[in-house]
Design a protein. Structure first.
Length: 820
């Protein structure tokens, strides 16, 4: 950890330290509140194997007060008079539990219940905690306040840890295949510019850019071992999350695993095709006797070869977490994720961009896609470190303060290689390569105040927040050099095997081209507010607004010892968000509508005309959406269906203006892009043991007015396929001697994808395909065994935007997990 901290700048470290000290001092002097205020009970229910138990009934005996635990196993009874209460906890298939709880004024009682199987019902019915294990629709991060799915006018999807485990997920991109309308556009390349894995969502490219609600990016991959769930917020989300790391299509927010009050854990080993070896561990529990200090550590080591003639990836990940309950009001969370990897650049063939295509589909090229065109000593490394500190203080029964400090650093060290169809015919591939040495850092401080109070008879849930982000980048990269040309149709081309690290280093050293040696930084200052107003018990409105100030400090070029023109600038953006929800059936069926906004900053240009300003405004994306949300049969049936319409304004394009008889080439901001479509998501648990998640999406996206006239009126390549469908069905035997034995089956339908679409080249289409997967498993209290078959039909399919990147063929994965 010390070695990682030394990498942070001295200024960044001192900023963090000063903020932490100031925060602690502020909390130390907060005066106590009057002792005659009501008390509360904030308890939790866990299963016998130490996992949170959701949808468990909790009632206060001899009263009409009752509730159910949320997806984290927590429940709350607020505003209770001082006295002794008896809580009754019940769930079908488990012993009913009773516990006396003492409530004192202005204090929080925190009982913990552990479910035990009912001996009288063990042989007839066993229901796991929570009826629908794939349903994780309650979130405190989507709206930055606790808000039920049916109350939220925004649409979002969540992929649970249970689904990750069942599908034996070792690759993060396989995880998001379970989300409606999400498609992997491009695999990670390891570089700092668009180097992470990109996905399409609602017609726009996006990436995983948030961890626990804080800006956190990577140049490489993400290990799923520490994932509690992944939230995909749909549509422009600039109001709460800004414009620095968000997309107009939505936001990917990764929620990490948290410390637990009871000791437990597991160790797992996974092996499979192409020399896959993966070892993971998860250990959690209390560190002191009174359970005020909790800890958790997740670790993963993975090494896998390639299905092509060269290539590999190996990685190590560790994520320690601490949770300290300093008092009944103050909770401190400290988290870190340390990731290191070394790999060969995934094989990618860039399509020609300057002439008409001769082939319009991959099979017409006649290439052997098992060829990688690389060598195992040409590698890239992507060390990444994320650090977060969160201070949550209960100011009163109605108000909570949340202070979060985070720092994200990521590096690219190594060789980035790609192939290009550059010449007059498609059979010749140009091999390009560069040595990358880059460092990115993002420092973030966020202060939120969340209130839940009434004005008259109207309930208000108010969020008020301040946000500061500092971004830094440093490049020291070699130039891109053409290593050689390879005949893609000749398996005996002597050039093919000539590429290696020594040969590449020699060519780079001999190049007279200039590399990229620069640095830049930016500060972003934001303030935002969001209020959910309950107009009636069934009707609520969300009103939100953000003001965002971007201050780019400029790009300094080390080679020329100058500041790059127009790189130093400032812009201000306003981002509103409005939403209405009407619950046709309280807590069961709601209809909703929203207006949402996103924005992206745009650098100025040097105007040749004195009367024309070179100052530009931020791009703006505005969405209108309407739909329905359903949650029936105690969470067994969950449905979301919506239609959206997104318009992007203020895209920059080239134009001409004539002033006093002189014509000038300038830039104007009247470009427009449209993206509209509909999505349907179903998560169901029809009978005990049977779970399914399914979705379908259709998107229509096109450029209406843009700088490049060759794509005018066409679908953007980054929009992904227009039609997507996903399905996963699993069944685990809930009773009898075979209890714990189960199987799962499902897959994805991917429609035709115009990976390149231009008037110059024509259209290159990745044909539609269906990808099928299946698993069988056996799970008991102490261990789990699982086997999975991916790509059952051995489908040849591709990813890439203007690129051909063949994906993994049929593969077998086996896993054994020991739990304690």
């Amino acid at each position: 950890m010390l070695l990682l901290l030394r990498k942070f700048s001295e200024n960044m470290y001192s900023q963090t330290l000063r903020l932490l000290i100031a925060t602690i001092c502020i909390f130390s002097f907060i005066p106590g509140f009057a002792q005659d205020k009501p008390g509360s009970i904030q308890g939790s229910v866990i299963s016998s194997d130490n996992f949170p138990a959701s949808n468990v009934s909790v009632v206060i005996k001899n009263t009409k007060l009752g509730t159910a635990t949320d997806n984290d196993g927590n429940f709350v009874f607020a505003r209770l008079k001082a006295g002794e209460y008896t809580l009754v906890v019940s769930l079908v298939g488990y012993e009913t539990l009773e516990q006396n709880v003492k409530v004192e004024n202005d204090k929080i009682s925190k009982p913990v219940f552990t479910l035990q199987y009912s001996n009288s019902q063990l042989q007839t019915v066993i229901v796991t905690a929570g009826t629908n294990k794939f349903l994780v629709k309650k979130s405190s991060t989507v709206a930055k306040m606790p808000l039920a799915n049916l109350e939220n006018p925004q649409v979002y999807s969540s992929v649970s840890k249970e689904l990750i485990k069942e599908q034996i997920t070792t690759d993060f991109s396989n995880l998001v295949k379970n989300a409606t309308g999400v498609y992997k556009v491009s695999a990670n390349r390891g570089i700092n510019t668009d180097g992470a894995t990109y996905y399409s969502l609602r017609g726009f490219r996006t990436e995983v850019s948030m961890v626990d609600g804080m800006p956190t990016q990577t140049n490489g991959e993400i290990d799923p071992v520490n994932v509690e769930k992944v939230e995909m917020l749909r549509g422009p989300s600039g109001t709460l999350y800004g414009g620095a790391v968000t997309s107009f299509g939505g936001v990917f927010n990764l929620i990490t695993r948290k410390p637990q009050k009871n000791f437990g854990g597991e160790v797992a080993y996974t092996t499979g095709s192409f020399n896959l070896n993966r070892l993971t561990a998860d250990v959690y529990g209390p560190i002191n006797k009174d359970k005020t200090l909790l800890g958790r550590v997740n670790m993963a080591y993975q090494n896998q070869g390639s299905w092509q003639d060269a290539g590999f990836r190996k990685s190590f990940f560790v994520a320690p977490a601490l949770e300290y309950h300093a008092s009944e009001k103050l909770t401190i969370n400290l988290n870190a994720e340390i990731y290191s990897s070394e790999f060969t650049t995934p094989s990618a063939i860039f399509l020609n961009r300057s002439r008409p295509f001769q082939a319009h589909k991959p099979e017409e090229l006649g290439f052997n896609f098992k060829r990688s065109y690389t060598n195992n000593d040409i590698t890239m490394k992507n060390p990444t470190a994320n650090l977060r500190a969160q201070f949550q203080y209960k100011l009163s029964e109605e108000w909570t303060s949340q202070t979060i400090v985070s720092n994200n650093t990521r590096e690219s060290k190594g060789y980035y290689q790609y192939q290009f169809v550059r010449k007059a015919t498609d059979d010749t591939l140009e091999r390009n390569i560069s040595y990358q040495n880059t460092m990115n850092a993002t420092f973030n401080v966020q202060q939120n105040f969340v209130g839940d109070f009434k004005i008259g008879k109207l309930r208000n849930r108010l969020l008020v927040g301040l946000d500061y982000v500092n971004q830094k980048l440093k490049n020291d990269n070699s130039p891109y050099i053409v290593f050689d040309f390879v005949d893609a149709l000749n398996p005996n081309d002597p050039n093919y095997a000539k590429i290696n690290r020594i040969a590449v280093d020699t060519k780079i050293a001999a190049s007279t081209a200039k590399g990229v040696r620069n640095t830049n930084s930016a500060n972003i200052y934001s303030a935002y507010a969001s209020n959910v107003l309950n107009i009636t018990d069934n009707l609520s409105a969300m009103l939100s607004l953000r003001v965002d100030r971007f201050e780019g400090r400029g790009t300094y070029d080390f080679a020329t010892d100058t500041l790059v023109a127009n790189s130093r600038y400032g812009q201000t953006a306003f981002s509103p968000k409005l939403g209405l929800v009407y619950q046709l059936i309280k807590d069961r069926v709601s209809v909703f509508g929203n207006y949402m906004n996103g924005f992206a900053y745009t650098a100025p240009f040097s105007s040749p005309a004195p009367e024309v300003s070179g100052v530009l405004k931020p791009q703006q994306a505005n969405q209108w959406e309407a739909g329905v949300k359903v949650d029936l049969f105690n969470g067994r049936l969950n449905l979301t269906a919506s239609y959206y319409d997104i318009k992007v304004d203020k895209l920059v394009r080239d134009d001409q203006v004539t002033l006093n008889g002189t014509t000038y080439n300038i830039k104007v901001q009247d470009g427009t892009q449209y993206s509209k479509g509909y999505e349907i998501e179903l998560i169901a648990n029809p009978v005990s043991g049977l779970n399914l998640v399914a979705g379908y999406s259709h998107n229509d996206s096109k450029f209406v007015k843009v700088q490049d006239k060759n794509v005018l009126g066409r679908r953007p390549a980054g929009a992904g396929p227009a039609d997507l469908a996903n399905l996963w069905i699993s069944y685990g035997i809930p009773t009898g001697k075979l209890r714990g034995l189960g199987a799962g089956f499902g897959g994805n339908y991917i429609g035709d994808f115009m990976t390149s679409n231009s008037a110059i080249t024509g259209v290159f289409t990745l044909p539609s395909y269906t990808l099928l997967n299946a698993t069988v498993f056996y799970e008991t209290k102490g261990f789990r065994l699982g086997v999975k078959l991916d790509n059952i039909t051995d489908e040849l399919y591709f990813a890439g935007q203007g690129v051909l990147a063949a994906q993994m063929p049929r593969a077998v994965i086996a896993n054994v997990t020991v739990k304690f």
